[in-house]
Write a protein that binds this ligand. Structure first.
Ligand code: ADP
Ligand code: MG
Ligand code: MG
Length: 302
């Protein structure tokens, strides 16, 4: 999944649990990779419009991604891959595509054109699926499940910055999770939580700087085909399930400050930390008392 993962588990069956968790990640990677020629997603993306039968896990993650695309009014767009490629984010050979090129690629994008019936999928020719925005969160849920099945009640699974907590710390206290600063090095604050997923999206890890001096990040606004540039620096979602956290972190980043706030008001079951490029930080009610700014950020407007 092109990232680093760190799994920590406590208790009697911790070793066994971690081995199984690692195995699960490798299995999911081999099913969901966009670049591995043997993966299911690769098969779908090269199906020339033919129906492909998916495994249960892959059908599950695709179905969830399509559902969330609809729920977020297309802010989450699992078929954005052709546009992502044009910007060079899939090859690290970054470039700024012309407007005509972007418009023409956008005609190959649109989650509503994907047909999924049970485990059978039909993707129109020319379109491509990419689970980059939900796969790690979904993998976190499946891995947490495996760890729990081994009898572990306290674990911390860090899947490339998507943190999945199982239970609380072995001493019964909340986990203390550092939230990285989108403004440079260091941590903005510490979030104290248990039994939940904490997932962050931003433009500060994967981006390139154009000849115009502008920063272009890897999250694309599907309405324009351009990297998101709406004044948000990062979005952290706190919720029960990793898949929901991952889907929402990306889509709330696309929606921007006001759009994300509106979405939160009309949807239950998650909290968020929004940070703007101007150095403002917004917390939703549910986590107001669980977040402490670190000393160097203590003058941030909260
Ligand atoms: P990260 O991969 O850093 O955890 P995200 O979960 O926000 O970050 O996912 C970003 C990835 O999702 C991009 O690298 C790309 O593969 C894909 N992507 C970019 N824009 C969108 C979008 N609007 N909807 C769905 N996926 C997207
Ligand atoms: Mg992610
Ligand atoms: Mg995401």
């Amino acid at each position: 999944m092109d990232t680093y993962m760190t799994f920590t588990a406590y208790g009697d069956n911790a070793g066994e649990a971690l081995e199984k968790a690692e195995k699960e990640i490798h299995t999911l990677e081999s099913e969901w990779s966009v670049t591995d020629e043997n993966s299911e997603i690769y098969a779908v993306n090269h199906s020339n419009g033919n129906v492909v039968t998916l495994s249960e896990d892959t059908a599950g993650v695709v179905s969830f991604a399509l559902e969330m695309a609809k729920e977020t009014d297309g802010a989450l767009e699992p078929t954005i891959y052709p546009v992502l490629t044009a910007w060079g984010f899939t090859t690290d050979e970054n470039r700024i595509p012309g407007n005509e090129e972007i418009q023409s690629l956008l005609s190959r994008v649109g989650y509503e054109k994907v047909e999924l019936n049970g485990q059978k999928i039909h993707l129109p020719e020319g379109m491509e699926l990419d689970l980059g925005a939900v796969g790690k969160g979904y993998a976190g849920d499946l891995t947490a499940e495996i760890v729990k099945e081994s009898g572990v009640t306290s674990a911390l699974l860090n899947i490339g910055g998507n943190v999945q907590t199982v239970g609380s710390r072995p001493d019964g206290n909340d986990w203390r999770l550092a939230i990285r600063s989108p403004y440079g090095d260091g941590e903005v604050g510490v979030l104290e939580v248990s039994d939940c997923a904490v997932v962050t999206s931003g433009n500060y890890e994967r981006y390139f700087t154009g000849e115009d001096g502008k920063r272009y990040g890897h999250i694309i606004d599907p309405k324009t085909g351009y990297p998101v540039d709406n004044g948000l620096a990062s979005v952290t979602i706190v919720t029960e399930e990793g898949k929901m956290g991952d889907a929402l972190s990306t889509s709330m980043f696309v929606k921007g400050l006001e759009g994300a706030q509106e979405y939160w008001k009309s949807h239950e079951g998650f909290d968020m930390i929004l940070m703007t490029e101007d150095g403002e930080i917004y917390l939703t009610e549910g986590i107001e008392n669980n977040f402490t700014l670190t000393d160097s950020f203590s003058n941030m407007e909260k």
